[in-house]
Write a protein that binds this ligand. Structure first.
Ligand SMILES: *Cc1c(COP(=O)(O)O)cnc(C)c1O
Ligand code: SF4
Length: 351
């Protein structure tokens, strides 16, 4: 393992003592769902309070949320082999690690990340890589888990080489929360190793501006300096970042760290995480306050990963009101406007 166990807190006794929580509460949730936080993020969360603590502290509400589906995105049925999710025609997710440096309480894959349910073995990884090799329609491979940076550099390098050797694979993406949760894992040698697999993209995961510490920004800089384009995914979370002011600061801090905001996800309907979901009106109102008022470079796509494996859809808000011979719309300040919606010369006439 590339991450030393001493940098992580996993014992419920130690966890409750460090955060001054009732042991019984931590232990009850821990009996059902995995528990872990990096010492680094634990200290940060103690400084900044609820928005960070909510992401890592087990909540009794997790145990009460039993009617919600465990696998809302139908990922298990979309897996032709256990370590691969093939939902869209041209891209697939390769699951390479079941562990993370911290277990987010709102994790969409809470049903298996950090548990015995998630089985990843050299043979299963080989089977997944074989599937990619024999399915040339897949041109974009997303390496995920868990957190792929929980693997050693050598192990990850081996997987990357195997994927890169497939001629039909055009781009590789890695999804990781390590710059946020354990920035010290991002070393110059890791960045250098990754840079041998271009075109390689990294999608980071940040939810709150306080997560962009000096250490996190240094980790992002190491990766950006290795020529790796950095994107960020953020989950809209009740009591964490469900306000335009908080998100605006997060988005600007990401851009300053050379990370391009990519998606703002509506929280998935995943068992044990329902207390994190906002309404869609809340997300749309936030996007409406951001659009036009912050740099377009900072704006992510607000999206929902639709239940039952339907894929992601943008959730707007929509500025177009009517389409006919004219397009009527309202601007970000609420002003009405019109734009012609016909061809001139008409179709069939010579240009
Ligand atoms: C999100 C996701 C992708 C990638 O979607 P993009 O919109 O291309 O970023 C691919 N496969 C699965 C299963 C996903 O959940
Ligand atoms: S880092 Fe990602 S995969 Fe790991 S627990 Fe958090 S949301 Fe889930």
């Amino acid at each position: 393992m590339a991450v030393s166990a001493s940098s992580l807190v996993t014992d419920p006794h130690e966890f409750s003592a460090l955060l001054d929580l009732p042991y019984a509460q931590v232990a009850a949730v821990h009996a059902r769902y995995p528990l872990r936080v990096s010492r680094y993020f634990l200290e940060l969360a103690k400084q900044h309070g609820a928005p960070l603590l909510r992401q890592i502290v087990p909540d009794p509400l997790e145990l009460q949320d039993i009617a919600t589906p465990a696998d809302p995105l139908d990922e298990e049925n979309l897996s032709p082999t256990p370590c691969l999710i093939h939902k869209y025609p041209d891209r697939a997710v390769l699951l390479v690690s079941r562990q993370c440096a911290s277990y987010c309480r709102f994790c969409t894959r809470k049903r298996k990340v950090g548990t015995e349910e998630m089985v990843i073995s050299p043979a299963l990884l080989e089977a997944a890589i074989d599937y990619i090799r024999t399915t040339p329609a897949i041109v974009d491979v997303l390496i995920s888990g868990g957190d792929p940076f929980m693997l050693s550099d050598q192990h990850l390098e081996h997987i990357l080489s195997r994927v890169r050797a497939i001629p039909s694979v055009r781009i590789i993406r890695i999804g990781t929360r390590m710059p946020c949760m354990l920035p010290e894992r991002i070393t110059a040698s890791l960045a250098k190793m990754l840079s041998r697999f271009h075109p390689l993209y990294l999608n980071l995961h940040f939810n709150h501006p306080a997560e962009l510490t000096d250490e996190a920004c240094r980790a992002c800089a190491l990766l950006a300096d290795a020529g790796i384009p950095l994107g960020a995914q953020t989950v809209l979370l009740r009591g964490v970042n469900d306000s335009a002011e908080v998100l605006k600061e997060l988005l600007y801090r990401l851009l300053a760290a050379r990370v391009k905001p990519y998606y703002l996800f509506q929280a998935d309907q995943s068992r044990g995480t329902s207390h994190f979901r906002t309404t869609i009106e809340c997300g749309q109102a936030i996007m409406q306050q951001l659009l036009g008022n912050v740099s377009g470079m900072a704006l992510p796509t607000y999206a929902l990963d639709t239940p039952d494996g339907g894929g992601k859809i943008p959730l707007g808000p929509n500025y177009v009101q009517e389409l006919g011979n004219e397009c009527t719309f309202h601007t970000y300040t609420g002003k009405q406007g019109v734009y012609p919606n016909t061809l001139w010369p008409e179709e069939g006439e010579s240009l």
